[in-house]
Design a protein around this ligand. Structure first.
Ligand code: CTP
Ligand code: CA
Length: 233
């Protein structure tokens, strides 16, 4: 079906969006990965393009998704490849959206050959090292006026609810907007509908909007509405 008439309020705005889940190689055939489908990042890209933006989508592994019309898609695998592609595109972008699930850790070593099991050798242990925080790096390198959007999936735990965790993450990351998906009970990962919160940094007005349960396109529209308020002259 033809897309509903959307405002062309992102015309001329250059945006970079990361999507999907990174894979960190253990050897030539194995990796550590995660269950991100990439659908939310793709919805962000599709809606931005429909609203007139010039969109670069840096896609790590996703489920099979249609190529969004008019979007420059760059495929990457690991966190370090995603980092290089996002940083390169971000230097000329007005808005950067980190919707990808970036691996927090990678194997300290990638074996050159397939790891073999052996009855004479002890079973291997995987040592992990921390990956750089791309969102935090983007905030440090931010251009004047650039809007940076982070995503977080949170469950509540004994130290606080979803919103408390989200407020703390927004502060820690230093981004302008944080989109928070409430997860747990089968929500958000590998499902079609998202619900959560859209938090603005204190310097960006500090609004805390609840996002009602709806489609990933509806969530994307709500995020772009908030972004347009920040980039409006
Ligand atoms: N992110 C990133 N680089 C990383 C890890 C995360 O850019 N190495 C980005 C994600 O793309 C997302 C945001 O940071 O936009 C929040 O990711 P999340 O995993 O929720 O945050 P972490 O700081 O990794 O915290 P946690 O320990 O809860 O995983
Ligand atoms: Ca993380």
């Amino acid at each position: 079906a033809a897309p509903a008439a959307l405002p062309r309020d992102l015309t001329g705005v250059r945006v970079v969006i990361s999507a999907g889940g990174t894979r960190e190689a253990l050897d030539p055939v194995r990796y550590l990965g995660n269950r991100s489908s990439g659908k939310q990042g793709y919805a962000m890209a599709r809606v931005a393009a429909q609203r007139g933006a010039e969109v670069t989508l840096v896609a790590a592994h996703t489920v099979a998704l249609p190529q969004p019309a008019g979007v420059d898609v760059q495929h990457v695998s690991s966190a370090s490849e995603l980092s290089a592609a996002v940083h390169a595109a971000a230097s000329a972008a007005d808005v950067v959206v980190m919707a990808a699930a970036v691996a927090d850790f990678r194997p300290a070593r990638r074996a050159d050959h397939k790891i073999k099991k052996s009855d004479d050798q002890p079973d291997p242990a995987v040592e992990l090292v921390r990956n750089p925080d791309i969102l935090a790096e983007l905030v440090t390198a931010r251009r004047d006026g650039q809007v940076i959007v982070g995503f977080a999936a949170e469950t509540g735990d004994e130290s606080g609810g979803v919103l408390e965790h989200a407020r703390a993450k927004l502060k820690r990351k230093g981004c302008d907007l944080l989109v928070v998906n409430a997860v747990g009970e089968g929500r958000a990962f590998e499902v079609e509908d998202n619900a959560g919160w859209l938090l603005a940094a204190p310097e960006r007005g500090g609004a805390e909007r609840q996002i009602p349960l709806g489609s990933k396109s509806q969530l994307a529209s709500a995020v772009w509405d908030a972004v347009t308020e920040l980039i409006a002259p």
